[in-house]
Design a protein around this ligand. Sequence first.
Ligand SMILES: Cc1cc2nc3c(=O)[nH]c(=O)nc-3n(C[C@H](O)[C@H](O)[C@H](O)COP(=O)(O)OP(=O)(O)OC[C@H]3O[C@@H](n4cnc5c(N)ncnc54)[C@H](O)[C@@H]3O)c2cc1C
Ligand code: SF4
Length: 438
Amino acid sequence: MQNLIDLLKADRAEETFGDKKPLYTPAEAHAEAERCLYCTDAPCIKACPTAIDIPTFIKKIASGNVKGSAKKILEQNLLGYSCSRVCPVEELCVGDCVYNGWEREPIQIGRLQRYATETALNADAKAHFSPKQIASPKKVACIGAGPGSLAFAGVLALEGHKATIFEKRSVPGGLNTTGIAPYKLKAKDAVREAEWIVDMGVELKLGSELDGAGVAALLPHYDAIFLGLGLGEDTSLGATNEAGEGVIGATAWIEQMKLGTISKPKGTVLIVGGGNTAIDVARECAGLGCEDVAMVYRRGVAEMSGYAHELEGARIEGVRFIPHAVITSFVRNEAGALTGAMVADAKDGKAVAGSEKLVPCELCILAIGQSKLRALASALPDVTLDAKGCVVVDGKTRQTGNPKIFAGGDCINGGKEVVNAVADGRDAARALLQSWAQ
Ligand SMILES: Cc1cc2nc3c(=O)[nH]c(=O)nc-3n(C[C@H](O)[C@H](O)[C@H](O)COP(=O)(O)OP(=O)(O)OC[C@H]3O[C@@H](n4cnc5c(N)ncnc54)[C@H](O)[C@@H]3O)c2cc1C
Ligand code: SF4
């Protein structure tokens, strides 16, 4: 069996970060599990996109049955381990816990889920991921090895079917490996989770980038194909002097930081954007010890789309805000190195002429969105895209207009959370299993 963790470099900048929500000790987990009221019609279950039976898994921790607890989580969500660490629980299950209504500390569902899955899977992953042997397995192909494809491949592999994943990068896990803030989940933990799924007998072809023609050529050889492509390149500003060293897209910068080393810039780092990726980058720069981290946003701080709890975290960590501002051009020296950005006041999100001021900086990270991978999907027969460039699927089965092609995750929703991609992959696999059973 291939040891996927060996694919990662040893000296990764992400290792600088500690764990924001460390693994509970058995005593801590037991005490927290005992606080759960095991509500009937539990609101926390309804708030989970994979509908994990939260009170039941918590009850099993309280009774000392950690293996049973992990089983309960994984039967709904095969990536329950990474979800326990990366889900914005404050906005999902924890945010809906009944304790909030009494202004008492809600149950720490994510940390309990991490305790159950990490403890049980580290002890014996095979006990949870042991596939059935069946006489006539079907063959499926997944494009991309992110959470959506891993969930799809895993659910089918457990039922005895053969899944092959084609991944363009040299490591599996998608953004779980290359994009998630390291104080939530490090690359090695994401790769370890991918390895648990691959060890079920899933074939993983790394360094295999397919275009539309390549995917279409697979169609006659597989019973179904799942598109788990995610999103494309970081969007650029289109400002003067933008192209060149020192101005970089957010996901590209995060990937460098998570999988390799980066050089820490002197002075101010400017982060453009107000969403969760922008906040993550700002907190990562602050955590790496950058002297001054400033978020440039074209509207007010209250209008930033990032989660309020993440924004508050950034503020506490010393990130400052330059609201109602836009970068109109970049300044470079004769050698082409970035020396600053011209920042203008913004009214209704647009630059006010003549208001530009120079902000010296060596690094500017753009977190203003990612493009859609339109070309691949639109080259496939009967697969359609909506006006935003997202792949159109049936809301229940995740089937595209082509009965053999399914899709899920960021490529259908334009960019949500890991748990949504997992729900899509699982639901597509369940729909296929049902159709094969008929
Ligand atoms: C910076 C950042 C931070 C985030 N933080 C969080 C968080 O804290 N919590 C959370 O829940 N969500 C977070 N998200 C969102 C989450 O990561 C995504 O919603 C999720 O990873 C989507 O899963 P996916 O499987 O659809 O796509 P991805 O994870 O993007 O995986 C797609 C995979 O497909 C591969 N691929 C693409 N094209 C091809 C091709 N042509 N051939 C072969 N392979 C291909 C890619 O290399 C990639 O590995 C974050 C996103 C970003 C950008
Ligand atoms: S809402 Fe809170 S107390 Fe009720 S079952 Fe869910 S976690 Fe337990």
